[in-house]
Write a protein that binds this ligand. Sequence first.
Ligand SMILES: [Zn+2]
Ligand SMILES: [Zn+2]
Length: 645
Amino acid sequence: MSIQITLPDGSVQQIEPGSSALDVARNISPRLADAAIVAKVNGVLVDVNRPIEADATVQILTSKDPQALEVYRHSTAHLCAAAVLELFPETKLGIGPPIENGFYYDFDRPEAFTPQDLEKIEAKMWELQAKGLTFERKLIAKTEGLEKYRAMNEPMKVELIEERADDIFSEYTLGPHFIDFCRGPHIPDTSKIKAFKILSVAGAYWKGNEKNKQLQRIYATAWFSKKELDEYLNKLEEAKKRDHRKLGQELDLFSIQELAGPGLIFFHPKGGIIRKTLEDWMRNAYLERGYSLVYTPHVMRRDLWKVSGHANFYSENMFTPMELDDSEYQLKPMNCPGHILIYADRQHSYRDLPIRLGELGTVYRYERSGTMHGLLRVRGFTQDDAHIFCTPEQIEDEIVACLDFAQDTLKTFGFTSYKAEISTWDQGASGKYDGEPAMWELAEGSLRKACDRLGIEATVIPDEAAFYGPKIDVKLVDAIGRLWQLSTVQFDFTLPRRFELEYVAEDGKKHRPLMVHRALFGSVERFFGILVEHYAGAFPTWLAPVQATVLPITDRQNDYAKEVVAKLKAAGVRVTLDDRSEKVNLKIREAQMQKVPYMLVIGGREAEAGQVAVRHRKRADLGPVEVDTFIATITAEIAARTADE
Ligand SMILES: [Zn+2]
Ligand SMILES: [Zn+2]
């Protein structure tokens, strides 16, 4: 009696019961069998050699499939743990899941892993890999399993089995020493493993809880081919050079002060002027696009946060309240309630709408200590935050205008490519979403139509909306291909109801306005960090803290150099003078290190002719020109906000 296997293309195979997906692949072609990493049987991921006992649908996954890559990475994590046990048998095992670009494995070992240990582990992994060890799946009863792992003295595994295992659970072995309570699936054997690298080791608490024991987490990257691995390692190298924390220090842009606390940013003079340039651009764009600028307090009564609901559903992210003589106050984690109070302070007619209130509003959110990261994850940051209150008839045009504004922001700051994602609800199936179905329909429809009107191809992600409304996210792609979340346009059906917002419509009756939150930089601090990394610190001239530096070759040219500096300053150029009695080559090298766009070298000849010898940080020597000619060039470049050089 054979069983019937249905393949993704609809074709059918008859096989003996107990045959595997690998047998199915062999029937199709030896090449497919060779490429098989893992299979999906009736939609469930399983080992390719798992016996199939009844009629089923079967899909063979190869290296082209992202799910196969995850299985491959998890299998490489097992190889890593097996290597660690061979070298350091006293080690206890935590967990080893796949992650983006690779995997980690948590180990409990009295001594810290040294860089030499990591090298040894990697070498041992290759040694085991070469043996073509199989990933063998076994089933064991829970009671028996618990006894076994207790006897093996693997307390963390025992804990996991107690919490998670079914009455009969699966374990996977690899080589003579490694056995793991693991759901699988895995690749068939280690010969499939072709490219990996151990990257680092860091402390990590068991189950992510700081009350638990601290373990050593080994991070590694793993890929199907050496080529992909090399590309990834190059990208890591490139990202390291661009790290905004490193460049922020080298270029003296910003700092985080231990005495003041983590996650709080100090902008130094050079970072400050860049930030001012960003903010000026944004505030002017607000006014040009029909927004009003408002300012709201940083600390407000806790009662406000009770009405808004934040004191309830957002309290984990808020700084704890402070007790004053008249009541409790709380630092703002969001600007919206402030803008809502301004809206609600007056009666509005439909003729006043849309009302767009914008603010560069600094907010404070509680992040756990140890989770902060440079400018990207902080406790205090400034949102370019605006809230739009409008009628249902106006909403589509408003969304179009928001997205147009977002595109303009990306273009202005030198980003040419981005991705858009619309997060929608579940049609009310779960009951977790707030607001009427008609509102959701209108809002989601307006997001889709706005994208159509602007020719934006947005991916729709179902059931990913916030409980209070759908949104569209814009993610930019930076100079080395990394994706960064940037702009968000987010509907809110909840806050207008909580604050009982209204306007008098054409019918003379009171209606509730639609409300949209939107931030385009997201956070100014984070956007600043993204810019540093995108440009690797070499900001385009219009953003550069020092746009030109004047470098006299000898002291005899100092007077003329000062004249040049004065002329440039008068033209609005940010210019410095390096009149130290140092060799001009050293001055050039230092200006180059500081990524100053233009170096103006002045020798006797230039001084006499009223010229400067222009050197550009990327295009090198551009030759001598009249001072006025240079001023015309650089001021035009600044005015045009030219991003590429
Ligand atoms: Zn596992
Ligand atoms: Zn808001």
